[in-house]
Design a protein around this ligand. Structure first.
Ligand code: FES
Length: 153
């Protein structure tokens, strides 16, 4: 259930003539407060905006940072597109999964990291690349990756 604070924040953004225009922003507000968007939360947001929950779910599914399942404190999005594949995706993922003890789509037992794939991050010239939360990390190798992971408690 959404808190009064979150509902108020969403309502303050709503354009009464075009509530669907703030749908994605409203979902980001929920994600920022709770980390992810449950079915119940999504229905509540749809009710606040007076939009179809199925359409809102479609929007949530389209955006990479709107998580529909619980995630860890930090989400690692590993680019699996062509430049990153060529420049070492497989060894990078092998190192990550070994280091974190999880596979793609999973969350560490301590809730620290969730590991997810993503299509091109627009950083092909500095591949391989990944994002942790909103931070882009490029030209990665195992050593650099270990130092980066240590920055995320
Ligand atoms: S292919 Fe990985 S950033 Fe473009």
């Amino acid at each position: 259930m959404l808190s009064d604070l979150v509902k108020q924040e969403i309502r303050s953004r709503v354009d009464r003539d075009h509530p669907e225009a703030v749908a994605v922003e409203a979902l980001h507000i929920v994600r920022n407060h709770y980390g992810w968007i449950s079915d119940e939360m999504l229905r509540e947001v749809a009710g606040l905006l007076d939009v179809d929950p199925a359409e809102l779910d479609g929007a949530a599914t389209f955006y990479n940072h709107l998580y529909r399942k619980p995630v860890g404190r930090h989400v690692i999005l590993v680019c699996d597109s062509v430049s990153c594949w060529i420049m070492g995706y497989e060894s990078l993922v092998a190192h990550l999964t070994r280091r974190l003890g999880i596979g793609m789509g999973e969350t560490t037992a301590d809730g620290r990291f969730t590991l997810l794939p993503i299509q091109c991050l627009g950083s092909c010239h500095t591949a391989p690349a990944l994002m942790i939360d909103a931070d882009l990390h490029e030209e990665l190798d195992e050593q650099k990756l270990d130092a980066i992971l240590a920055q995320y408690p």
